[in-house]
Design a protein. Structure first.
Length: 516
């Protein structure tokens, strides 16, 4: 019996003949031959993976630098260095101070606190069945038996602005609207009035949102109703004459200056005083430099810089494990997750070792901190305010702070500390923070040119071009592998067919000899 021949079709439609005629494991042989050919492909894929890792590492550094650059903005504000704190001898008066406020003690006596105008219904506006959430046209009011009409719901009232000028507010509602919805819309309007219905008392409250007296007329009201409309007077039982409470704050500054304010606050020379109650005698408010707050802001900034130095130096000095190449998919199949993790930790190590962009950045950052700043003030270098380089060489140029010295500088001369950090000029007078920002901008742009960002295509940065090049070589080599595999199968198929023909001839000859 002649051996049968099996065949299958490859991706290129060439005949693939198995090893039934020869008895060889053709599939295994081809696979072994192709594995040898694929070694070049694996190397290209590993190169691609390394480039991707390097790109990711650089982008991580750029993100850290961007975060540090953002934090530098606050270090350019004078309020960072000249923070003010206040204290008061009474809780009746508190204060906040701007950085421009003068240190010292201020005396305030409050004779009146500001209050807001308020008007309340003269008794319940409805009976026990009155529903403020139901359609207002269906409700019965206690002050009249007349039904409420659409015309009644067209009304206006007048309030007064800061300059005492009247401003009219017009409203129009439907009888299907509820009282609560009407009052809510009045509250949400720009009239500056709060309106609501109190279910327990059955009364409506109408009050100014802001304290103070704005209507300058004698006995003038803050919320004036339209006298021709019955909505307020008849249905809601509100009478302008019953309004009360509008009052300005009255106080005396340093025993001499008598002042008024619509609000329970007033700003003098950068200090804002807040009143909560009247005082029998003058209250002392003290303004001084908040040295701790300014110190903590500088310390946080220095700590952020030290973290950048630590992280970048760690990446620059990471050990390279040359025996740990990126794993192929086939290699990962033979390993556990923990083994893969440990392997890739070593494979990724040293991706940025000796990276020139980062090395140049560290050098420029150190120069930004250490070079003199010609401020024209008391301080021209960091050491004068207690900030210097660590003496431990393992710190790689980190900064250390002499707390007492820095706090002393902030206490005695915060403006010159500000100039040292934030002089926004060019040349030798440029402040430390501005120099740092300049260096960060150059570094981040250089990294972006090398590693790109999410807004750039591969062809717009160096590593992206290399990744595209590797991918093109991979694609071409995969086409080559397909051709090689087809060639191997054609050769083995030809061999199988030849053996099959020889087997047929041998069987034929044997049959002839057997019949002779």
């Amino acid at each position: 019996m002649v051996d049968s021949v099996s065949s299958s079709s490859s991706s290129s439609n060439s005949m693939r003949v198995g090893g039934l005629a020869s008895g060889m494991d053709t599939d295994s042989l081809v696979e072994q031959l192709m594995n040898a050919e694929r070694q070049k492909l694996y190397k290209m894929q590993q190169e691609q993976t390394k480039l991707t890792w390097q790109q990711d590492s650089l982008r991580e550094v750029n993100a850290s630098l961007k975060s540090f650059d953002t934090s530098a903005f606050n270090m350019k504000l004078s309020t960072t260095y000249n923070v003010k704190t206040t204290s008061s001898t009474s809780s009746a008066i508190t204060a906040t101070a701007e950085s421009t406020a003068s240190n010292g003690t201020y005396s305030i006596k409050v004779d009146k606190v500001a209050t807001a105008a308020i008007n309340v219904s003269a008794g319940k506006i409805g009976g026990s069945s009155f529903d403020a959430d139901a359609a207002i046209g269906t409700q019965t009011f206690s002050n009249t038996t007349d039904p409420l009409t659409v015309d009644d719901l067209k009304f206006s009232f007048t309030t007064y602005d800061d300059s005492g000028e009247p401003k009219k507010h017009n409203f129009e509602f439907k009888t299907t609207d509820s009282l609560n919805s009407i009052l809510k819309q009045i509250t949400n309007s720009d009239a500056g009035v709060r309106a609501f219905y109190d279910k327990q008392s059955g009364q409506v409250v109408l009050e100014k949102k802001d304290t103070g007296k704005y209507n300058t007329e004698t006995d003038g009201k803050e919320i004036e109703f339209d006298s021709t409309n019955k909505f307020f007077s008849t249905f809601l039982k509100l009478d302008q004459k019953n309004e009360q409470g509008a009052q300005d704050a009255e106080f005396t500054y340093n025993g001499v200056l008598n002042l008024t304010s619509h609000k329970n606050s007033y700003t003098l020379s950068g200090v804002t005083f807040n009143f909560t109650e009247e005082t029998e005698k003058a209250v002392s408010v003290t303004v001084s430099n908040d040295v701790d707050a300014a110190y903590n802001k500088i310390k946080d900034f220095v700590d952020s810089y030290n973290k950048i130095i630590e992280d970048v130096n760690a990446k620059l000095s990471e050990k390279v494990y040359r025996d740990y190449a990126p794993l192929t998919d086939d290699q990962k199949k033979e390993m556990s997750e923990d083994e893969i993790k440990l392997w890739e930790e070593k494979a990724k190590s040293g991706m940025l070792k000796g990276e020139s962009v980062l090395q140049n950045s560290l050098y420029s950052l150190r120069s930004a901190w250490y070079n003199n700043v010609e401020t024209g003030g008391a301080y021209t270098q960091l050491a004068q305010i207690g900030i210097k380089t660590s003496s431990d060489y393992l710190d790689n140029g980190k900064l250390v702070i002499d707390e007492d010295k820095l706090k002393g500088a902030l206490r005695e001369n915060p403006d010159d500390v500000y100039k040292l950090f934030s002089n926004d000029v060019e040349g030798s007078r440029r402040g430390i923070v501005n120099r740092i920002e300049d260096t960060l901008d150059v570094t981040m742009n250089s990294i972006t040119e090398r590693a790109g960002n999410t807004d750039k295509t591969n062809q717009q940065f160096t590593l992206g071009k290399r990744l595209d090049d590797v991918q093109n070589r991979i694609d071409d080599f995969q086409d080559y592998l397909t051709q090689v595999e087809d060639r191997y199968w054609r050769q083995f198929s030809a061999m199988e067919q030849a053996i099959s023909q020889m087997n047929q001839q041998s069987a034929y000859l044997m049959s002839q000899f057997g019949s002779a």
